[in-house]
Design a protein around this ligand. Structure first.
Ligand SMILES: Cc1cc2nc3c(=O)[nH]c(=O)nc-3n(C[C@H](O)[C@H](O)[C@H](O)COP(=O)(O)OP(=O)(O)OC[C@H]3O[C@@H](n4cnc5c(N)ncnc54)[C@H](O)[C@@H]3O)c2cc1C
Length: 586
């Protein structure tokens, strides 16, 4: 591998999804003289943001209010959200969404021409802006085309960041692998923003794209930044059983029903709130994701789900909506069902099961995206601000990318203007990284037991995470998962590759991704093991109650060393005006 002399930037963004592109635009808008780099392991339009379907939340209608959006978010997050962050988020959301409109985002309209909004789970008013059921595609396109007009933004497409360059207590850039050539580049920057997305790929059944392996979260963790609230992993109640492909919550917002094997709307038996009149039922199918996924699991235990080759499932029924409505509001859902399940939702029920969808936890940042390492920022799903608490409400994430991407961009720009010169050691640090990669992945022998492979380690991890740290957990299941992940980390200590090519060596990137997932899984498990209560997406069958006295606090996982258990500390939750209450829907 050849090293290049450092490319130098004021602000370097790792990640070309919604958060990364919004941050890049914010830097360019703050000061056009600043040089901005965007490193992305895939071409930006292939980032996971592109697959978001349902919509993006922000108060716009006169029958809605800022306070109600704040309250829904805090209560949806089971009071683990930092309320100052939620207030900033909800206040800035409508401005960001309008700015997207001005940049060309084709929001769907009401018949009178105003912006259309739809219901979403856990939101008591309609406030989710959408572009049919391709919202993420249109938002990412809008951000991408807007970023193109700023001369100082330079992109490194298909470059894989392997480490952060931290010296003198400051983050000063990254080392990135140019995937087309196998060359390692040293990219120096006065500020770095990690916008690398979540890590749902630690689990077997997930809506997440293969690229969602939490690389940036692992980079920050290795650089000494604690990971916040890692035990909270969101299951979405409606994914396709085999592929995990998401069937958006918009299907239920438009009036879809969930039926068990007796064709019964089983959610009426669960404490999600009172059934409301048709066609748009605001509780039942539109309860929050954690509660709906838990209800599925309880139905399964009662033997009332349908058995399939890829596990149990229930039916999502859209037939009563009619062909015209489905084509107009849910065209992608119909397309996905026809292509991947060979069924037509106009005439047939869709098989669905809960699938891992979103990681509430991530890099511990303040309200401006700053971490505890000088010059290092994070935004988007990789970060934990925290506005999502113990359970994110659908459609808050896309807006979070805009609000906190922009905030992190502005803060990183200000930092870059005052930063000290680069330290002399960056080239030496980059050489160390080259050596680490060669020793871990390129030398044969050491640490590899016969039959070991990336695929077999990953498969064991997927099964173990689902079995041990899934919708319901207890001490025994988490302990078993912990022991397995420790063993897997040992097996992955060295992962010699069979492919020695320099051109698009996807075996090398897969090996690095796997090690990242293993480190993050161990943080998920340990944080879950020590939180002996049930809150939001973290449901302990051995501790079924929420325990505000002992656990109304954020967990912070600190890395000790590779293959060792993280150290868990705690930090207080910021409560401004909304003291903890019971979560009630209906
Ligand atoms: C199927 C699906 C549907 C969803 N629908 C909705 C919805 O309707 N509403 C809503 O609010 N939320 C939705 N979400 C959640 C939301 O889309 C995501 O949380 C959000 O898009 C994440 O954006 P991001 O910018 O943080 O990261 P991503 O869009 O995931 O982008 C990550 C970027 O980081 C780069 N990257 C990662 N690792 C590296 C590395 N090592 N080196 C270099 N680059 C790297 C990638 O190339 C990519 O550009 C959905 C999620 C899924 C999976």
């Amino acid at each position: 591998m050849t090293r290049y002399g450092p490319d130098e930037y004021d602000v370097l963004i790792v990640g070309g999804g919604g958060a990364g592109l919004r941050a890049a635009i914010a830097v360019a808008e703050t000061d056009p003289r600043l040089k901005v780099g965007v490193v992305s392991k895939v071409y930006p339009m292939r980032s996971h943001t592109v697959s978001a379907e349902g919509g993006s939340a922000g108060v716009i209608k006169s029958n809605d209010s800022i306070d109600e959006h704040i309250y829904d978010t805090i209560s949806g997050g089971d009071w683990l959200c930092d309320q100052d962050a939620v207030e900033a988020f909800v206040n800035e959301a409508p401005k960001e969404l309008l700015r997207m409109e001005h940049w060309g985002c084709p929001w769907s309209r009401e018949p009178d021409g105003s912006v259309a909004v739809r219901s979403f789970g856990g939101m008591k008013n309609k406030r989710t802006w959408y572009a049919a059921d391709k919202t993420g595609f249109h938002m990412l396109h809008t951000l991408f085309q807007t970023s193109l007009k700023y001369e100082p933004i330079r992109r490194y497409d298909e470059f894989f960041a392997t480490t952060l360059l931290v010296d003198d207590g400051r983050c000063q850039g990254v080392v990135a692998l140019e995937m087309a050539t196998g060359r390692l580049h040293t990219i120096a920057a006065r500020s770095v923003i990690l916008c690398t997305g979540g890590f749902g790929k630690a689990f077997r059944f997930t809506t997440n794209a293969n690229i969602k392996t939490g690389d940036g979260v692992a980079l920050a963790y290795r650089a000494g930044v604690p990971l916040k609230d890692m035990e909270f992993v969101q299951y979405h109640p409606t994914g396709l059983p085999f592929t995990g492909i998401l069937i958006t919550e918009a299907t239920r917002a438009e009036g879809g029903f969930l039926l068990n094997k007796e064709d019964y709307r089983y959610l009426q038996d669960y404490n999600l709130g009172k059934p409301a009149p048709q066609p748009v039922n605001r509780t039942m199918e539109l309860g929050p994701r954690d509660r709906l996924s838990q209800a599925f699991e309880q139905e399964r235990q009662k033997g009332r789900t349908i058995k399939g080759p890829y596990g149990d499932y229930v039916h999502l029924d859209l037939r009563h909506l009619g062909e015209q409505h489905i084509n107009e509001r849910l065209p992608m859902v119909r397309e996905l069902c026809l292509k991947y399940e060979k069924i037509d939702p106009v005439t047939q029920c869709i098989p669905v099961r809960p699938v891992v969808h979103y990681t509430m936890g991530g890099i511990d940042v303040d309200i401006n995206g700053a971490t505890c390492v000088e010059g290092l920022y994070a935004a988007g799903e990789a970060s934990c601000v925290s506005i999502n608490g113990a359970n994110r409400l659908g459609s808050n994430s896309l807006t979070e990318l805009l609000v906190f991407g922009a905030r992190a961009g502005r803060a990183a720009a200000e930092h870059a203007k005052q930063a000290k010169p680069f330290s002399a050691k960056l080239a030496a640090l980059a050489r160390d990284e080259e050596q680490r990669i060669e020793e871990t992945f390129c030398k044969s022998g050491e640490g590899k037991t016969s039959g070991d492979s990336i695929a077999s380690i990953r498969e064991t991890l997927h099964h173990q995470m689902e079995a041990g740290a899934g919708i319901y957990r207890d001490e025994k299941s988490l302990q078993t998962a912990k022991e397995t992940v420790l063993e897997l980390q040992e097996r992955a200590k060295a992962l010699p590759l069979q492919d020695s090519s320099y051109t698009f060596n996807t075996e090398l990137t897969a090996a690095m991704e796997l090690r990242n997932l293993l480190e993050l899984s161990s943080a998920i498990i340990e944080s879950g093991l020590l939180r002996t209560e049930s809150r939001g997406a973290h449901q302990r069958t051995d501790f079924p109650q929420r325990d505000d006295e002992n656990y109304l606090k954020h967990s912070l996982a600190h890395r000790t060393e590779y293959g060792a258990t993280p150290r868990i500390e705690y930090a207080p939750v910021t409560i401004t005006k909304w003291p903890p209450k019971e979560r009630v829907y209906g």
